[in-house]
Structures are given as C-alpha cells and as structure tokens.
Unconditional design. Structure first.
Length: 285
C-alpha cells in the first residue's frame, strides 16, 4: 500500500492546484510545495489540504486536494503516514491531536522569529521535524529553539533537553525552466517579489539608477496578495505588470538586464527568485 502524505497549507487564502501555476500568479511557497507534492505522488498517495477549499478535487491516481474537514474525516479510515504543515508553527498541537499516528513536519518558508521559542516544547513533545530552506535559516531556528538559551530555561524549565529535529532541504525549481539564448534589453530591470520584500527601498535605489541611465525601466510583478501602493502607479519608468503566471515571469526575466533586488528590509529566505533567474542566465543585483 502506498504511503499517505498530507501537505497542509493552513494560511492559504484561496484554493489552488498544480494547474494554477500556468493560469495565474501564485506565491513561491505554494508553487514549491505543489512541485514537491506532484513529484512525490508518482510513488505515494499525496493530499494537498487547504482549509479555504470547499470542494475536493482528484488529480490523477496519486494527487488530490482536500478541505481540512475532509482530511480529518478521511484520516479516521486511512490515517496519513506523514503530515507536512506549511509555515504555521501554532498548528502543530492540533496536528498531533488530529493525526496521532503520523510523523509530523513543519516546513518554514519565512524568517524564523523569536516567538518560535514559545513552541519548542510542543515540537519536542510531538517529535516534529522542522524543514528549513537554507543552512542560514536553519541556524536562526536552532538559535531560537535551543534548549540551552536562557529564555528556554525560563519558559520551559521542566521540558526535555533534547533539541528540535531539523533538516535543510533547498527549494526546487521547475525542470521546464532552462537557459535559452534570448535577446537582452539592457534598459530592462525586473522585480518579481512581494512588495513587502523591500520594494520601497528598491524603488529608492531605482531613482539613483535613473540619474545615470534615465532610459531604464523597472518591471514589477508580484503574487497578488499585497498592493504596491499608489505612489508609483503613474511613474513613467515603472511598468506595473500586476500578477503573472510563472511562465510569464520567466519570459520577462530572460529578457532583463538583471533582477533588480537591492534591499535590506527583509532578508530573502526563499531563494527561488535567485535560482530561477540564474537558471535562465539572468544575474541578480
């Protein structure tokens, strides 16, 4: 019998499937998880669980999409072997209750924050393995969750001293993304990330670029869950592309002089923006 894997995206705002990536914009977290789920479904029974979903969908023999209620009901008859929770550390206690026989994973895609320290005892008690994107990200998580930290001794003086299990697994990109000889527009810069990832600072640096190269244009797109703000909407050198599918994003990146990403406001933990650009031969500044 195939192993059963649940990927649970607690924070999703609207349902999505693997096909969504070719239809509209989708976040890097969601697209990476879908690629992993799709590949694993070749040999395992994989369910992508989305609490915002109303109707369940079956895509092939090994991949289905469920609401959280459907997943909990199904688990009573066919309990999952592995449950991977995307980002939501607060949900791990519920996961351990709903799926008591499953091996639990917490896949973090954002910068670990110090509030994580409050949940170390739950992660240890339920033997949760934390999956990080990079060794740098993992180092921060280990620092916040170390049983030797003074705040851990203060918060959980009686908890076991065993550290939280962690692994580093780098994010994947689509095998369809390859280098192709493309005519480069030396006046085209691109920024294709959520605005909260330093766009304000990027735009300030772009003004400096325009002093030296006034013909330069900055093309901006984002996953669509955060507005860019009205200040730059009518800027003559700013091209707001809105929300694009991954295929459209890659086309623009191929044509660009570089991905323009000089910002220190929010460290980029995810890495896909760099990897995809480098794969098609476009540098990142």
């Amino acid at each position: 019998m195939k192993k059963i894997i649940y990927f649970i995206d607690i924070k999703c705002k609207q349902p999505y499937t693997f096909a969504t990536m070719s239809e509209r914009a989708i976040g890097g977290t969601e697209s990476t998880m879908l690629r992993v789920a799709d590949r694993l479904s070749d040999e395992r029974q994989v369910y992508v669980v989305q609490p915002c979903r109303q109707d369940d969908e079956v895509h092939g023999d090994g991949l289905s999409y469920l609401s959280l209620d459907s997943a909990r009901k199904q688990a009573q008859q066919l309990p999952p072997d592995h449950v991977v929770v995307i980002r939501k550390i607060k949900a791990m206690q519920d996961m351990a209750t709903w799926f008591p026989g499953a091996k639990l994973y917490l896949w973090i895609q954002d910068l670990p924050v110090k509030k994580y320290c409050r949940y170390r005892h739950q992660l240890v008690r339920h033997q949760v393995t934390m999956v990080c994107n990079t060794n740098w990200q993992r180092g921060l998580a280990e620092e916040y969750l170390s049983p030797d930290c003074w705040y851990q001794r203060l918060l959980h003086p009686l908890s076991r001293r065993r550290p939280v299990d962690m692994v580093t697994i780098y994010n994947v990109i689509s095998p369809d993304i390859q280098y192709e000889p493309t005519e480069i527009d030396e006046d085209k810069l691109v920024f294709f990330s959520a605005p909260r990832k330093g766009l304000k600072q990027v735009l300030e640096y772009f003004e400096d670029v325009l002093k030296q190269r006034p013909q330069t244009k900055l093309y901006i797109a984002n996953p669509g869950y955060q507005a860019m703000g009205p200040k730059w909407v009518d800027h003559p050198n700013l091209i707001n592309l809105g929300s694009l599918s991954n295929k459209e994003v890659i086309r623009h990146v191929r044509e660009a002089f570089c991905v323009f990403y000089p910002q220190t406001m929010l460290p980029e933990t995810f890495g896909v923006v760099y990897a995809e650009a480098n794969t098609v031969g476009t540098p990142v500044l």
